[in-house]
Design a protein around this ligand. Structure first.
Ligand SMILES: C[S@@+](CC[C@H](N)C(=O)[O-])C[C@H]1O[C@@H](n2cnc3c(N)ncnc32)[C@H](O)[C@@H]1O
Length: 376
């Protein structure tokens, strides 16, 4: 149990009281990240950047190198052409940097978009995105809710890792759900017996802490309902289920980030640091498939970006740019831990044709080499 003394937002204390004194961890995490005014992503702090000196807490791939968005744009362009859609939808657009890169690159490829739609929970980030994307003001729109029908290429970088997770704890052989309670000094964890279980059995009887991702999977289910034509690509850190729920990963993957340092204390400095967990890509893939999407592929960020031409012409770049580009694909940096999963909206089937199994009629560029869908 970890509890701390720090000034706690009154809204959070109220939420705990309203939950009869025990707030499930996912509800706590939703508040800590997205509560209007004080949640980490709602507040006005810098968040994304290369160095702590800038007041930032962590760096993401588009902030590291414009070549990330340039390569992703090639995949987007191919998917637009293959599915005949003319919109891009970005979920969780952060500072707007990836949108800039994609819009610029699609222009460079001669592809005209009808619109670039951004959906982001954070009003303060939406404001930053509007400033960053002023040159494209005619084409970019922000929506708060999903319509019933989308025909688009959907993208999300580090979206799922910022979605609240439930924490499950096995203690003395019994599974508990972890919640947050008020304590004299601040906040504390309290675990309650639960019928919930991780997506696969964890052999052994040792104590074990892990996460389940109901919100990210709910998001994929909703997306599947509304994506009538097009494709979706999500990039994030994580693993297939067998690796995620490996018996040795007994401390889970929940992590906080502040000033480019990681810690494992989400009850400290609530609202002032990012809270994140890795993604169970098997859960994401199965949820998408069950809801009617087709998995186009799953691979490492390095494979995906290289397949999308990241290294074309890289030898001519200035050294400083090459160094950043390499970080995107180096195995010990972002290349291997980060994965990409792609989905296609189901093509309309031809019922009279027995050879039509409703499979995608096109192969996504990003998975042309090194597809690891079989590991999911
Ligand atoms: C870790 S940041 C990544 C930002 C950006 N994609 C990047 O790569 O720099 C997560 C982003 O997802 C947004 N977000 C989280 N949950 C969301 C949801 N359910 N719908 C839309 N945006 C969401 C956050 O507000 C934030 O902009």
């Amino acid at each position: 149990m970890h509890s701390v003394a720090s000034p706690l937002p009154p809204d959070l204390l109220r939420a705990i009281d309203q939950a009869s004194g025990w707030l499930p961890f996912d509800a706590f995490m939703a508040q800590a990240l997205y509560a209007p005014g004080w949640g980490y992503y709602s507040a006005n702090s810098r968040k994304f950047g290369l160095m702590p000196q800038s007041g930032s807490d962590f760096v993401t791939a588009p902030e590291l190198s414009p070549h990330f968005g340039r390569a992703l744009a090639r995949q987007i362009a191919q998917a637009m052409q293959a599915t005949g859609v003319r919109e891009v939808w970005e979920f969780g657009a952060g500072s707007g940097t990836l949108a800039q890169q994609v819009l610029r690159s699609l222009e460079g490829l001669g592809l005209l978009l009808d619109r670039y739609v951004i959906v982001d929970l954070s009003a303060s980030l939406q404001q930053r995105q509007r400033e960053a994307l002023a040159p494209w003001a005619q084409r970019v729109q922000w929506l708060q809710q999903l319509p019933d029908r989308i025909e688009a290429v959907v993208i999300g970088n580090e979206l799922f890792d910022a979605m609240p997770v439930k924490l499950l704890v096995r203690k003395a052989g019994l599974w508990h759900e972890r919640g947050v309670v008020r304590a004299d000094e601040g906040l504390a964890f309290e675990d309650r017996i639960t019928p919930m279980r991780p997506a696969q059995d964890i052999p052994g009887a040792h104590d074990y802490l892990t996460e389940i991702h109901l919100q990210a999977e709910g998001f994929v289910r909703t997306l599947a309902q509304v994506l009538h034509r097009g494709a979706a690509f999500f990039i994030d850190y994580g693993f297939p289920q067998a690796e995620y729920y490996h018996p040795q990963r007994h401390m889970g993957t929940l992590m906080c980030h502040q000033a480019h340092r990681a810690d494992a204390h989400p009850l400290d400095q609530v609202g002032l640091k990012d809270i994140t967990s890795h993604v169970n890509f098997t859960g994401i893939a199965l949820t998408g498939q069950d809801a009617g999407l087709q998995v186009l592929g799953y691979t490492s960020q390095a494979h995906f970006l290289i397949n999308c031409g990241l290294l074309d012409g890289a030898g001519d770049l200035p050294l400083s740019e090459r160094v950043m580009l390499q970080k995107l694909i180096n195995e010990h940096e972002m290349g291997e831990l980060f994965k990409v999963i792609g989905f296609a909206a189901p093509a309309p089937r031809r019922p009279a044709d027995p050879s039509d199994q409703g499979l995608p009629t096109w192969e996504a560029l990003g998975f042309s080499n090194g597809d690891r869908s079989h590991t999911l």
